[in-house]
Write a protein that binds this ligand. Structure first.
Ligand SMILES: [Zn+2]
Length: 281
């Protein structure tokens, strides 16, 4: 499942490839991937960016939004398997599960490309918004602070305020947005904290280390192009490199790079959790 670093890389990739391109038309192959704009066929195309030029992207936790020069916004939740792919027109390759296909054109040099939304497992979705303010008021404002942006004081306050395990708290998108199973396990290992510890009982020094570890690990993962796991690949169909840097995630039964002990795993609140009993107290 794509997490914050993978989503950040999708956004950066789209901007590199098609910033300034005009969205000329859209083909909708599956209506139910649209979570808004579905019931208003009259202006559906306009709501999905047609006529606008891609200006920038925004990300909050694992959510991604493309903003157009006229303020319109299309929001994507990648879910388990959502992909945004840019490809050249004329590549005759037909893709399975190409649910939405925009044709986009550079306004000066005329270069034309396709932007494709595909989501084979359809846990993700696409929303149309009139502008960023509306989206933030109605949606992004009610989820937790973004894990990469959250200041220590806010991080400490939400951690202090929950009596669940720290691992479960890190995964709660309403507390802090953008941390999934991989990076929660990795951050807890780096901070030396057992996943089962009660969040509200962490010492100040531990909360500080954890805040630092979360942001370091997310930045490292973004720079490495994210982790390639299960169905997720980067926007060019390649692999991220961060999975080879994992200290605990996916390494149950192997030895800890820091201390040599065997990495253990358990199921905590329904999620497989890997940790080192020597490094994490
Ligand atoms: Zn260890």
């Amino acid at each position: 499942m794509p997490e914050l670093p993978e989503v950040e890389n999708v956004g950066r990739h789209l901007i590199r490839k098609i910033r300034g391109y005009r969205f000329e038309k859209i083909r909708i192959n599956r209506l139910d991937v649209l979570k808004s704009a579905r019931t208003t066929p009259a202006n559906r195309e306009a709501r999905l960016g047609v006529g606008g030029r891609l200006d920038t992207f925004h990300r909050h936790g694992k959510r991604l939004a493309l903003e157009f020069d006229d303020g319109r916004v299309i929001e994507f939740s990648l879910g388990m398997s959502g992909h945004l792919i840019v490809e050249a027109i004329g590549s005759e390759e037909t893709r399975d599960h190409a649910h939405l296909i925009w044709t986009v054109r550079h306004p000066r040099n005329g270069r034309t490309r396709r932007l494709i939304w595909r989501d084979p497992r359809r846990f993700g979705g696409v929303w149309a918004w009139v502008d960023m303010k509306t989206m933030i008021d109605q949606k992004w404002g009610s989820i937790g602070d973004d894990a990469l942006q959250v200041k220590y004081e806010s991080f400490r306050d939400v951690i202090k305020g929950t009596r669940r395990s720290i691992k479960t708290a890190l995964l709660d998108q309403n507390l802090i947005a953008g941390i999934g199973n991989i990076y929660a396990d990795e951050a807890l290992h780096r901070a030396g904290i057992r996943p089962r510890r009660m969040a509200s009982r962490l010492r100040r020094s531990e909360t500080k280390s954890l805040h630092k570890a979360v942001q370091e690990i997310l930045i490292e993962a973004i720079e490495a192009g994210g982790s390639t796991i299960q169905s997720f690949k980067d926007p060019e169909g390649g692999s991220g490199r961060y999975q080879s840097a994992h200290a605990v995630y996916g390494r149950s039964g192997e030895s800890c790079h820091s201390c040599g002990a065997v990495i253990r795993s358990m199921v905590l609140n329904g999620r497989t959790t890997a940790w080192c009993s020597e490094c994490q107290k």
